[in-house]
Design a protein around this ligand. Structure first.
Ligand SMILES: O=P(O)(O)OC[C@H]1O[C@H](OP(=O)(O)OP(=O)(O)O)[C@H](O)[C@@H]1O
Ligand code: HPA
Length: 179
């Protein structure tokens, strides 16, 4: 499997360190609040389960499954809701947790949706940000790392369903997705 990875960008240790740092910041910013943490399935599962253990406030956790990438490396432009939240966001401080912001379409759609549903506030925490690819003006409040314009996998991020189980984030060799 390692043979498919061109370069390791962030090791397990670097991810753990940045997660701890972000968790501290979030703890400070959400002191006295009871945020609803929204994990965007499936890519954000690992980051979410790690970061919530670094957040020392009351919080609730819910999951939303949206998809825009299908099988490939290009966003379809259409964000489909596959599973909605079980919890109402009305009047809640919402913290969306993502693995990556690429074009920004997924988060733009989610922020609009939660505002429309009258969330009190909506904040975004992402492990990775790929600003070069942005087509929407969405800006994250908490960012682990800025990544170059390459297709990355691991630590939750997939290509065609694979590589989510890598402990690190790496760049996928182009020949893997170009076939
Ligand atoms: O900024 P964008 O261009 O919208 O891309 C970011 C989204 O793409 C990935 O999800 P994907 O749709 O691949 O689903 P997955 O999390 O189940 O892998 C990722 O987890 C983000 O949710
Ligand atoms: O670079 C990426 N890797 C995996 N999934 C993604 N979804 C958007 N960008 C990416």
């Amino acid at each position: 499997m390692n043979n498919d990875i061109k370069e390791v960008l962030y090791s397990k240790e670097q991810i753990a360190e940045v997660t701890k740092k972000l968790g501290k910041q979030i703890t400070k910013d959400f002191e006295g609040k009871n945020p609803l943490v929204v994990c965007v399935l499936k890519g954000a599962v690992m980051f979410t389960t790690d970061i919530i253990r670094e957040i020392d406030t009351y919080l609730e956790l819910d999951f939303m499954d949206v998809s825009s990438y299908g099988e490939g490396t290009e966003s379809s432009g259409e964000v489909k809701i596959i599973k909605d939240l079980d919890t109402s966001v009305t009047g809640r401080d919402v913290l969306i947790v993502e693995d990556i912001i690429d074009t920004g379409r997924t988060l733009q759609r989610l922020v609009e949706l939660f505002k429309h549903r009258n969330a009190k506030s909506v904040k975004i925490c992402t492990l990775l940000d790929k600003p070069e690819r942005r087509v929407e003006g969405v800006k994250p409040d908490y960012v682990g790392f800025e990544v170059p314009n390459e297709f990355v996998v691991g630590y939750g991020l997939d290509f065609a369903g694979r590589y989510r189980n890598l402990g690190y984030v790496g760049i996928l060799k182009p020949e893997v997705y170009e076939g």
